[in-house]
Design a protein around this ligand. Structure first.
Ligand code: PPS
Length: 355
């Protein structure tokens, strides 16, 4: 009688099946990993080819149906009620979805004008992604190329404005042409402050790092007795705003350059922030509700810092006590800057009221 029992399984066949299944599993896992990993790179190379465009057209916002085109033709992310304060947090969660892009806006100066305060305040805006450090790309690291520069930028969603600040850009001769070569549409922001106070602030910082440095009074003049100012001494040279602006105007129209009043950034930060948000084509989200005046610091501070619930003032190197400078020297410098300031007011169409 024939047996009805099935023959025992062939161990080799079983092993081959198992190996094939294992390979299939490994291949699937690899494929999934590869797709996820490369998603941001695909977006990056996409935006790299769009270096000319001020706002790239990465696809994430579009896929979510959250991008609209504004009157200026720029794409904007639509914000839901409640978005804003926690937008940065949610951005961090979704960081892998963003793409690194070249900046759409630059704070190009001036040193000691209040550039850090402006950047810190702007970072509260959910449509701004700002690099914290100063990359010094256009003045020091230009040879590293735009790919390097782009890799320094924080990831941003479609419609978000990427920006950085390097105050030295305003005064370096080669920078305007280089910035223009990156993008003719980039928006430029300059925080200006009374050039005499700015020079003293600059010197105070230099002196804090240079023990034994000569006095401000002796460095400010080529010849103290004749009152001939040394306009090439860096703390004084930076304050020749009209001269520096002229170089930028050879490449960019005035309408593309926004001037922040450094004194008013201290006395009324919400006012200046409102103007900057308008200039950047952003909804006015940063308002006086975000600031309080810290009596100890003597400066406006943030009620809540970016990504935190804690109040935040700028560090010790911002808003420090200036070195004493003889009143007569201050008077001489005011006279020296007077015609330069008038020219600057004329060029910008703004009277900053420096004495
Ligand atoms: N809110 C707030 N808190 C502190 N400091 C403030 C603020 N707003 C503007 N400022 C002024 O910013 C000055 C420093 O300017 P910068 O940030 O451009 O300096 S730097 O070039 O980056 O070194 C700094 O200059 P000094 O007062 O001379 O230290 C401040 O006057």
């Amino acid at each position: 009688m024939a047996s009805s029992r099935a023959p025992p399984p062939d161990p080799w066949r079983l092993a081959r099946k198992l190996v094939a299944m294992l390979w299939f599993g490994v291949a699937c896992a690899f494929l999934l990993y590869f797709l996820r990993c490369c998603e941001s790179e695909v977006t990056e190379s996409f935006s790299l080819s769009r270096d000319e465009a001020p706002l790239g057209t990465g696809r994430y916002g579009e896929r979510n149906g959250t991008v609209s085109v504004g009157a200026d033709g720029r794409k904007r992310r639509k914000r839901n009620a409640g978005d804003g304060a926690d937008a940065e947090g949610s951005m961090k969660e979704k960081d892998w979805r963003g793409a690194r892009r070249l900046p759409h806006a630059l704070i190009i100066g001036v040193k000691k004008g209040g550039t850090r305060a402006l950047l810190e305040f702007l970072r509260l805006h959910p449509d701004i992604r700002a690099l914290g450090a100063e990359p010094h790309f256009f003045d020091r690291h230009y040879a590293r190329g735009l790919t390097w520069y782009r890799s320094m930028m924080p990831k941003a969603l479609d419609g978000q404005i990427v920006m950085e600040k390097t105050p030295r850009y305003f005064v370096t001769a080669e920078t305007p042409a280089r910035v223009h070569a990156m993008s003719r549409d980039v928006k430029l922001i300059v925080v200006v402050r009374d050039p005499v106070t700015r020079a003293i602030s600059d010197y105070t910082q230099i002196a804090s790092k240079t023990p034994g440095i000569a006095s401000f009074e002796s460095l400010a003049f080529k010849n103290r007795s004749s009152g001939q100012v040394d306009s090439l001494w860096s703390p004084l040279y930076i304050g020749l705003y009209a001269q520096h602006l002229e170089r930028w105007l050879a490449y960019f129209p005035l309408s593309q350059i926004h001037f922040v009043n450094g004194e008013r950034l201290v006395s009324d930060p919400a006012f200046e922030l409102g103007r900057v948000q308008d200039f950047l084509g952003l909804e006015r989200i940063i308002t006086d509700k975000h600031f309080y005046f810290n009596k100890t610091k003597g400066f406006p501070c943030l009620k809540k810092a970016e990504g935190s619930a804690e109040p935040h003032c700028l560090g010790k190197t911002k808003g420090r006590t200036h070195v004493h400078v003889e009143p007569e020297v201050i008077h001489n410098l005011r006279d020296f800057y007077h015609p330069h300031n008038l020219r600057f007011y004329q060029m910008t169409g703004m009277d900053f009221g420096w004495k």
